[in-house]
Design a protein around this ligand. Structure first.
Ligand code: TXA
Ligand code: MG
Length: 357
């Protein structure tokens, strides 16, 4: 799309939003489904389109960190430091909600998730809305499913339900933002994401901790143990056992996609078996993260019985990827082994249950 065309699309999108419509737009992480937070009907529409429970809070997107005091009642010093360093960028700060943020946006919570996206289209759209307005924007997918990283994914997923889709090309990061909350001056990672732990630790002189599973689940529904899931059963399997697992699925006559990064398990005769595909992912986290959701979407549409994913390295730079794969997987090494005879049917049922809402 040419620049003047894009500008007029952005102006039209801003007008739609001001009139209470919904607009899907690109960010550097994933595409968001946006609505003006001051319009309760538009916000309700987001929950309806996504089929998302109304107590799951939405992230508020704003044009710059200077808007922070308008939407947050109190901003700890550490939060300012992170905002100044990482915004615009893939970081969401959970802060006490100011009276300007309606309760329906935060699912009744007294806190609000705030972020400044690093994408020229998103920033132009927020600029066109003006400093008094902000956009509630969850990822533009149905609840529990894979986030979209292209405009075509949004169209596939939401179709006519959304009033307009702005196309800003494929997302640069490809995984959702890192969500950080605060207990006093200690920063707590509630959802790993686009900003790696090491980068946060550097800016905060090491004063950052990663929330344990239980804490994350209560405060951040996006951290539910099943989320970000394809419809095809997905198993996350260690490097040591993937060859064996793969072999046993193939022996059962199943169509299997093997998704690896180390390329150690590329079966030499894979080209001869039409039921089997090897999908090679980048061996570094930025490239892997950028491609992950598009790869899962693509493989999900190819009628495989099973997606077998090689567990990524146990290093902090891979934390967000490991987190998403764990939530997308319906079967682990352990369960896979004890259920071996019945594993695929069991896995398929589990996948259907998790994606029904
Ligand atoms: O990268 C992103 O963050 C993308 C793009 C579109 O900005 N958005 C996104 O939104 O991932 P969503 O709604 O799919 O996930 C937001 C997560 C949810 O898990 C929600 O529970 C959590 O943020 N969240 C939002 N406000 C919160 C709050 N006040 N307290 C705790 N968690 C909150
Ligand atoms: Mg989401």
């Amino acid at each position: 799309m040419t620049t003047p065309q894009l500008h007029s699309e952005i102006a039209a999108a801003a007008a739609r939003l001001k009139a209470g419509g919904t607009v899907a737009f690109p960010t550097e992480t994933v595409y968001g489904l946006g609505a003006d937070i001051s319009n309760p009907t538009a916000v309700r529409r987001i929950f309806e389109i996504k089929k998302r429970p109304s107590d799951h809070p939405l992230i508020v997107h704003m044009a710059g960190s200077s808007c922070l005091p308008h939407w947050a009642r109190h901003v700890p010093e550490q939060a300012w430091r992170l905002a100044e360093h990482f915004w615009p960028g893939p970081l969401t700060l959970i802060l006490p909600r100011s009276p300007c943020v309606p309760e329906n946006v935060t699912g009744g919570q007294d806190t609000v998730g705030l972020r400044v996206p690093d994408h020229p289209v998103a920033l132009a759209l927020l600029g066109a809305l003006g400093p008094e307005r902000a956009l509630a924007a969850p990822s533009a997918n149905r609840f529990g499913r894979i986030s979209p990283t292209t405009a075509a994914h949004v169209r596939e997923e939401l179709g006519e339900a959304v009033d307009m889709i702005l196309d800003g090309g494929p997302c640069r990061v490809g995984l959702e933002s890192t969500i950080v909350g605060f207990e006093g001056e200690t920063a707590i990672i509630l959802r790993p994401g686009g900003i790696p732990l090491a980068a946060l630790a550097e800016v905060l002189n090491g004063k950052v901790v990663v929330a344990e599973g239980a804490k994350r689940t209560t405060r951040v529904p996006g951290s539910l143990s099943s989320h970000y899931a394809p419809l095809t059963p997905l198993g996350l399997v260690s490097q040591e056992s993937i060859g064996h697992q793969f072999g046993s699925l193939v022996l059962k006559g199943l169509r299997v996609a093997l998704i690896g990064w180390s390329d150690q398990h590329f079966p030499p005769d894979i080209g001869k078996n039409e039921k089997v595909v090897y999908f090679s992912m980048p061996a570094e986290p930025e490239g892997y993260g950028r491609q992950l959701y598009a790869a899962l979407r693509q493989l999900d549409q190819q009628g495989f019985d099973f997606l077998l994913v090689e567990t990524p390295p146990d290093e902090t730079g891979w934390m967000a990827i490991r987190d998403r794969l764990q939530r997308a997987s319906c079967i682990s090494d352990f369960k896979f082994q004890i259920d071996e005879n019945d594993s695929v049917r069991g896995a398929r049922n589990a996948a259907n249950e998790t994606t029904s809402g």
